[in-house]
Design a binder for this molecule. Structure first.
Ligand SMILES: Nc1ncnc2c1ncn2[C@@H]1O[C@H](COP(=O)(O)OP(=O)(O)OP(=O)(O)O)[C@@H](O)[C@H]1O
Length: 208
């Protein structure tokens, strides 16, 4: 439920180590809501989200489960006044890790911009920075909301590559997207429109 309205119903998905789920569906169909529920930002009004058989919302489990998750969304949480490198290292330090930030930036094609202020980055470069952060933090479950928006063709290929590599290590990936993405052996779930339109776009055009 969101705002007292039922957004998602009758969804049953089971993920194992190394698996990937691609969520698609029209605007407002609930893709972000689905990811938010997995992340524990929203509670399902019915049903359960289980992690290793335990309800993720129960005390004790939630704190552990949260540490497995890496969230990437349109809100990029990039600090414009910090350098590109600091924007990755800051999260790495918070995570109690170190040493992967520069390699992650290099992989995402941002090595030469590491010492620039993040405000200098283009939209696609900001997305690459988010992906570098994902790599540096290196948590097992990735929740990616529209990860390819603003990426160029090479950026999308890199995204597909890091997803494949993550899965090889046993990582789990959820991707909500409107854009085509190639993820081998992924499951796909297409959410239905919440409010089916009475008229199609072409009907509207012809009525003018
Ligand atoms: N902040 C909010 N508060 C209350 N209801 C919300 C909020 N954000 C979204 N919703 C409701 O949840 C529904 C699903 O939204 P959600 O963002 O999950 O869809 P989506 O499939 O990710 O859409 P899009 O493709 O546009 O990103 C929306 O139709 C809206 O009614």
């Amino acid at each position: 439920m969101r705002n007292a309205q039922t957004i998602l119903r009758n969804i049953n998905v089971s993920m194992h180590d190394g698996s990937a789920l691609v969520l698609t569906g029209p605007n407002g169909s609930g893709k972000t809501t689905f990811l938010r529920m997995i992340a524990g930002f929203s509670r399902p009004s019915a049903g359960e989200i289980l992690w290793n058989g335990h309800d993720v919302t129960s005390a004790g489990v939630f704190q552990q489960f949260k540490l497995q998750l890496n969230w990437l969304s349109m809100k990029d949480a990039i600090k414009d006044k910090l350098s590109v490198l600091d924007n990755v290292q800051w999260f790495e330090v918070l995570e109690g890790k170190c040493g992967k930030s520069m390699d992650a930036l290099e992989l995402m094609g941002l090595g030469r911009l590491a010492n620039e202020k993040a405000r200098m980055l283009s939209m696609g470069q900001r997305k690459r920075l988010q992906l570098a952060r994902l790599l540096a933090i290196d948590r097992p479950i990735w929740l990616l909301d529209e990860p390819s928006v603003a990426l160029d063709t090479e950026g999308v290929r890199l995204l597909e590559f890091i997803i494949a590599e993550h899965r090889k290590k046993g990582g789990i990936v959820f991707v909500a997207t409107h854009l085509p993405i190639e993820i081998e052996d992924s499951m796909s779930l297409r959410l239905p429109p919440r409010f089916p339109r009475r008229k199609t776009f072409l009907d509207m055009v012809h009525s003018f």
